[in-house]
Design a protein around this ligand. Structure first.
Ligand SMILES: Nc1nc2c(c(=O)[nH]1)N[C@H]1C(S)=C(S)[C@@H](COP(=O)(O)OP(=O)(O)OC[C@H]3O[C@@H](n4cnc5c(=O)[nH]c(N)nc54)[C@H](O)[C@@H]3O)O[C@H]1N2
Ligand SMILES: Nc1nc2c(c(=O)[nH]1)N[C@H]1C(S)=C(S)[C@@H](COP(=O)(O)OP(=O)(O)OC[C@H]3O[C@@H](n4cnc5c(=O)[nH]c(N)nc54)[C@H](O)[C@@H]3O)O[C@H]1N2
Ligand code: SF4
Ligand SMILES: [Mo]
Length: 698
């Protein structure tokens, strides 16, 4: 009897999304993947996933998937390639990397990666190659720095109440995140709380998102003014007797100072800064004061500003004033990074990491590739790159510089990709990559508390290879130091990491699918003390020496010495001016995930075209009509896109949803032409939603 292929199996979503959903993969009788859905067995995913991943077969069997290694034959970026064998491609890469190293030193090679897959093996093994060779390190700054720094400045630890507790909460404040688009399961639990307990949902954003449409109360404020709102809310809490003084005394560092400091941070003061009405601020403050079980779900979006860490810290501080941390269904949750204590020696060769080797800022790639000495940290030029899981020609700020850098004929670029992205088009060698259903990996949830297995579900077509294969094959060819991780399969890595982290074995995880690492209630709610040495929540953070998870090697960045000592509005943002009268936020599109899925027809159809949304009165100031083609620019560059006039954007604000491919714009320049790469105080990060611009009819 021939063996029947299984009807379904399990996996975990690899994409860069806080939800990290537990998946069920369903097959056709002939063995192809048919559709994906959320696992009902997993109580965080609870059977719900986003539409773009549910229709994953479209991406897996996409006709434009990369299938063969390619070598450039035309000029840089021209898009002419010829097929070569894997052997020839790997030999060529090794030869070039060795030649560059011999002439310019090992630091002239810069392995560059991000979280296109969040799998710990396939994402992070690039560090092993880096460390065993002494290639340049990478300072991660795309995404998390301001948010994590701001949260940890208050709590001392990147963890918080069990995210499933949202479902037993009486009120949920969704602040600076758009979960309907970016992490759908937050909505599952928030709506459950509304159905079961009549919980109110409050959303804070800079325009009316799909999430806000489902809310009881939506606050649309001007970008980068969240700290002002937070301060006014705390002002009312102290003023009207909602502050939990016993809690403040026991668990916080300087409640009296905070109260005195907030005396003049009135709703009137905040209304002038945020553009909100005094009555809106009063109403929300009262609700937060009255409803003890309030769960703050703090996102990344409101921290992608030059004052983002201050904004996050201010918002998290509200929960310490009401003391809602004490209750089940209360507190302020952002991310669970600190609960996973994993031994990644085999994956990353952590023991060989040499702090004296420069760590180049990933967001500064444009300046780095165009020879900016400050960005190169005083070292020599970057001459060769290996890029995995990221699409810098689209997602990084200061795109005009990025394009110029990648166009350098003396830069040898290898891009390992699933699709011919804009970055792959600039490569000297393109290598085809497997998709997550075709390789083994293990994932940790940022927005929940599960460590999850994502086993290989189907064979890859002939051609694409996993990241681990590429890294190991290059390592073997470039005379690197021996590290046992180089000889291990993905399954070996997972098993080793689990055993050496005290989490059992791969075999056990195959049976359980995931491990719940939620700390106990007292720990998660900081009832045994916050993460700082004094056990208290800090209203007065030490911005220069905080316990943030990702810090630069040297001095903090930017004007960190003048950061507010206590929660306050900080005007370090790119303020509107006469030349740049509007402020742009580049919010996520629901059907894209960063630049991923912008290759699938269904997602592109749903999203339409690149647009700038602005208020009719703002448009009128510049003679712009609904649907008109416009130019939008600043000192970094100019883009061409279409206007849409909506009443539901904050005054003086432009929203442009999604990271479209550059070629979706008329002159091939994408939205990140306008965003800045300057590292945000104190620990870096890119301020993607903090850009002053002009607009005019095209
Ligand atoms: N569909 C989809 N899902 C995604 C992504 C995607 O691109 N598309 N990206 C993934 C990644 S990498 C990440 S890190 C997460 C991020 O997910 P989120 O935490 O949701 O963060 P953002 O997507 O940056 O922005 C969220 C919201 O913040 C709003 N915002 C911008 N500026 C401000 C401000 O100053 N104040 C306030 N209150 N709100 C502001 C934006 O308008 C947006 O609606 O999502 C992941 N999931
Ligand atoms: N304007 C603007 N720009 C932004 C943002 C914004 O909000 N606005 N958000 C920023 C944020 S938060 C982030 S995190 C960055 C993310 O930006 P990117 O890191 O570029 O994010 P993704 O699009 O998730 O993934 C990039 C690529 O990884 C590839 N990939 C996926 N799995 C694998 C694999 O297993 N192997 C290999 N070799 N490749 C794989 C995908 O095909 C995809 O092309 O963008 C940032 N850029
Ligand atoms: S919501 Fe996020 S984690 Fe879940 S399936 Fe969609 S992209 Fe993946
Ligand atoms: Mo991100």
């Amino acid at each position: 009897m021939t063996q029947q292929p299984p009807k379904s199996t399990f996996s975990a979503c690899p994409h860069d999304c806080p939800s990290t959903c537990a998946l069920e993969v369903h097959f056709y009788p002939h063995g192809d993947v048919r559709r994906l859905n959320g696992s009902k067995e997993n109580d965080y995913t609870a059977g719900v996933i986003c539409a773009k991943v549910a229709r994953y077969a479209e991406r897996l069997y996409h006709p434009e998937r990369l299938m063969k290694p390619l070598r450039r034959v035309g000029k840089k970026g021209e898009g002419r390639f010829e097929e070569i064998s894997w052997e020839a491609a790997l030999d060529l890469i090794a030869e070039k990397f060795l030649a560059v190293e011999a002439e310019f030193g090992a630091e002239s090679v810069w392995p560059y990666h991000y979280a296109g897959t969040m799998g710990l093996v396939q994402r992070d093994s690039i560090h092993r190659l880096r460390h065993i060779k002494g290639y340049s390190r990478q300072f991660d700054s795309f995404c998390t720095n301001m948010a994590w720094t701001g949260y940890v400045a208050g709590t001392g630890k990147l963890a918080g109440p069990d995210p499933r507790e949202m479902a037993v909460s009486d009120q949920i404040v969704i602040w600076g995140t758009n979960p309907v688009a970016t992490q759908v399961n937050v909505m599952t639990h928030a709506i459950a709380a509304r159905k079961k307990r009549g919980a109110k949902i409050i959303v804070v954003d800079v325009y009316q998102t799909e999430t806000m449409k489902q809310a009881d109360i939506g606050l649309i404020l001007k970008p980068g003014t969240d700290a002002a709102l937070a301060c006014a809310i705390m002002h009312v809490l102290f003023r009207d007797g909602f502050a939990d003084r016993a809690y403040l005394e026991k668990y916080t560092d300087c409640p009296e100072e905070l109260e005195a400091h907030l005396k003049d941070k009135t709703p009137e003061w905040a209304a002038a800064i945020t553009g909100l009405k005094v009555s809106q601020i009063e109403e929300v403050a009262r609700l937060i004061g009255e409803v003890k079980k309030t769960f703050f779900r703090l996102g990344y979006g409101f921290t992608r500003s030059r004052n983002g860490a201050v904004g996050m810290h201010a918002a998290a501080s509200i929960a310490a004033v009401t003391g809602c941390w004490q209750y089940e269904g209360g507190g302020a949750f952002h991310n669970n990074g600190a609960i996973y204590e994993l031994n990644k020696e085999m994956i990353e060769a952590t023991s060989l990491r040499d702090p004296s080797i420069r760590a180049l800022d990933q967001s500064l790639i444009g300046r780095i590739l165009t020879g900016d000495e400050t960005a190169l940290l005083g070292g020599g030029p970057v001459k060769a790159m290996l890029i995995q899981n990221t699409n810098p020609m689209s997602v990084t700020p200061e795109q005009d510089l990025v394009r110029e850098g990648f166009a350098r004929e003396d830069l040898f670029t290898v891009v390992h990709e699933q699709f011919m992205t804009e970055t792959a088009q600039m490569a000297d060698v393109v290598l085809p990559a497997t998709q997550f259903l075709e390789h083994d990996d293990i994932y940790k949830g940022g927005g929940h508390q599960y460590l999850m297995l994502g086993p290989k579900a189907v064979d890859a077509p002939d051609g694409p290879r996993e990241n681990l294969f590429v890294l190991n094959e290059i390592s073997r060819r470039v005379d690197s130091k021996y590290h046992p991780g180089t000889d291990m399969s993905a399954r070996d890595h997972i098993d080793w990491m689990l055993r050496n982290s005290g989490y059992g074995t791969l075999e056990e995880l195959e049976a359980s699918k995931w491990i719940d690492l939620q700390p106990d209630f007292e720990t998660a709610h900081y009832l045994t003390g916050f993460g700082h040495a004094d056990g208290r929540f800090h209203f007065r953070p030490d911005w220069g020496r905080s316990a943030a998870p990702n810090k630069p090697d040297g001095e903090p960045f930017g004007p960190w010495r003048i950061m507010p000592q206590l929660p306050d509005q900080w005007d370090s943002i790119e303020l509107a001016s006469e030349e740049h009268p509007l402020r742009l936020a580049t919010s996520p599109a629901r059907s894209f995930l960063n630049s991923t899925f912008n290759e699938t027809d269904s997602s592109r159809k749903k999203e339409g075209r690149p647009e700038a949304w602005l208020r009719p009165e703002d448009a009128a100031r510049f003679g712009i009509e609904d649907g008109a083609k416009i130019r939008m620019g600043n000192t970094r560059g100019v883009v061409t896109l279409h206007a849409r006039l909506v009443e539901t954007v904050a005054p003086g604000t432009v929203i442009s949803e999604g990271i479209w491919p550059n070629d979706a714009f008329e002159d091939g320049r994408g939205i990140n032409t306008l965003t800045g790469a300057d590292p945000v105080a104190p620990y870096g990060g890119a301020a993607f939603h903090d850009t002053a611009v002009w607009v005019r009819a095209a």
